[in-house]
Write a protein that binds this ligand. Structure first.
Ligand code: FEO
Length: 399
């Protein structure tokens, strides 16, 4: 069994590594997931968060290498979601003397998950809990990303136990940023933000404002690696993401039946490159939507293409739009374009145009750019020129 790891004197990582997890609510977790739980050995022995239910025994066994779990005095649950609370029933049995704490909003949610088998004490922002040589402080972070979320701060250790915030789905052999591939960690943190936190950017910004007032030497999230030397990097990234900062960048996303819509997508991509705008195309069949939304998080231009299938847009494109628009991307001032080929009715691309227009994008053209059957070289050149000129005029207006 993987031993606990002391992250600072008397505080141990006792969580679980889930190397095999590949899908989290439709989000691909190609690097697995960790469920981080932390044990504080103070006068009152304190556990912060637990793990997914199937790792309950791992958590208990790991704690038992340090102390008899029955001696745990305090269990703090920063979040109800079952990747963190799933082991609570097992912990309640193993730690019968523990007093449980969670946010005010979490109390009812916990009861809805676990009945009345565990009694929770509600805490709110600014409340403190003295556990001996430490006085833990709680800060509610509602809707980052559930109503009940909170974080716990240990001023004596300068550690923020941030739960989902600043997390990454990444199972690694090391617990710390300094011992990990930071570019991969930042990529996974971005993917996590884009797929989990993005709908709640405003609330996350509020939480970030509070976090920035704290004296921090360590951010210990409940997923992925612990931030130490790279705290400024992750805080800066969250600042950019929560501000919905856009960069000149275009994501071209499509599905295609006989490559006609794909050819249009590639021509549109080249139009952006011609205007010196970073651009990339994605065939939805080849790239998972959770990776596309991560790349497109700060893209100023979103172009979506679909042919017509059975008088509808392609199912893959409908799926992508449902997922992407469900993440409430901040569309104000953001540009979009719909395109696609068709046989006898341009319904698919028109439906894409309607969905994008209805959700607040500035559409580059009043209608979808469509082509009847197979676009030849001239048609593709014409499409590229049309898009290129439009993009140039928009970029000139911005200057
Ligand atoms: Fe990692 Fe919202 O649970």
């Amino acid at each position: 069994m993987l031993q606990p790891e002391q992250i600072v004197p008397n505080i141990y990582w006792v969580g679980a590594l889930d190397w095999n997890e590949r899908l989290f609510h439709g989000y691909t977790t190609e690097r697995g997931i960790t469920y981080n739980a932390y044990l504080i050995m103070d006068e009152k022995i304190t556990l912060i968060d637990t793990v997914k239910a199937k790792f309950s025994q791992d958590l208990i066994d790991r704690i038992a290498t340090i102390v008899d779990p029955a001696k745990i005095d305090v269990v703090i649950s920063n979040h109800v979601e079952m990747d963190h609370s799933g082991a609570l029933p097992a912990i309640a049995k193993a730690c019968p003397n523990a007093t449980h704490y969670c946010s005010t909003k979490a109390v009812a949610e916990m009861a809805a998950h676990y009945g009345d088998s565990i009694t929770f004490n509600a805490v709110k922002t600014g409340d403190t809990l003295n556990i001996g040589s430490r006085t833990l402080t709680f800060v509610e972070t509602p809707m980052v990303h559930w109503p009940d979320n909170m974080v716990t701060y240990s001023p004596e250790d300068k550690i923020l136990f941030s739960n989902d915030a600043f997390g990454q789905h990444f199972a690694g052999s090391s617990r710390f940023d300094v011992d990990s591939d930071v570019s991969e960690i930042m990529k996974q943190a971005r993917k996590y933000y884009a797929n989990i936190v993005q709908p709640y950017a405003a609330q996350a910004k509020g939480a970030l404002d509070v976090v920035e007032t704290l004296d921090l030497e360590m951010i210990a999230p409940s997923h992925g690696i612990i931030w130490t030397e790279h705290i400024p990097d992750i805080l800066q990234a969250y600042k950019r993401w929560t501000a919905n900062t856009r960069v000149p960048k275009a994501a071209i996303i499509y599905d295609s039946m006989w490559e006609s819509t794909a050819k249009m997508g590639r021509a549109i991509c080249e139009a952006f490159i011609e205007q010196e705008i970073e651009a990339r195309y994605f065939d939805i069949k080849d790239t998972h939507e959770s990776d596309i939304v991560a790349w497109a998080l700060d893209a100023d231009y979103i172009c979506v293409g679909s042919p017509t299938l059975n008088m509808k847009l392609m199912p893959n494109v409908a799926m992508f739009l449902t997922y992407f628009l469900g993440l409430s991307p901040r569309n104000q001032g953001r540009h979009a374009l719909a395109f696609g080929s068709y046989g006898w009715a341009p319904i698919g691309p028109k439906q894409v145009h309607e969905q994008l227009a209805q959700t607040g994008f500035d559409m580059l053209f009043e209608e979808a750019l469509v082509h009847n059957w197979v676009p030849n070289k001239d048609a593709l050149n014409e499409l590229q020129t049309k898009v290129s000129e439009k993009v140039r005029s928009i970029q000139e207006q911005k200057e």
